[in-house]
Design a protein. Structure first.
Length: 99
């Protein structure tokens, strides 16, 4: 066996051994991270709703931003942030959130 073949075999073995280690953002670890981000997004969303009800619009918007960053598919956070933007009379941003 030549040195090039041995190097190629070692590279292949290393690559294959890393495939099942769970080091990536897939598999059970990835699902757990996604569930954690979704749960944190829901907590931020609930906190933002409370701030919105108290009329603390700037804080509510920032907290909705955090919820959306954690879970970009959180449509309720977009909708309620749009309501906050309407109360701020920023209708352009409200419209973007309602789209």
């Amino acid at each position: 066996m030549t040195l090039a073949m041995i190097t190629a075999l070692l590279a292949a073995v290393t690559l294959l051994s890393a495939c099942g280690t769970g080091r990536g953002a897939t598999g059970a670890d990835g699902a757990g991270a996604l569930a954690d981000a979704t749960a944190r997004s829901q907590r931020s969303y609930a906190q933002a709703n409370a701030l919105l009800e108290q009329g603390r619009l700037d804080e509510a918007i920032r907290t909705y931003d955090a919820a959306i960053k954690l879970d970009p598919k959180n449509s309720a956070a977009y909708e309620n942030r749009g309501i906050a933007w309407m109360k701020e009379k920023d209708f352009y941003k409200a419209l973007k959130d309602f789209e």
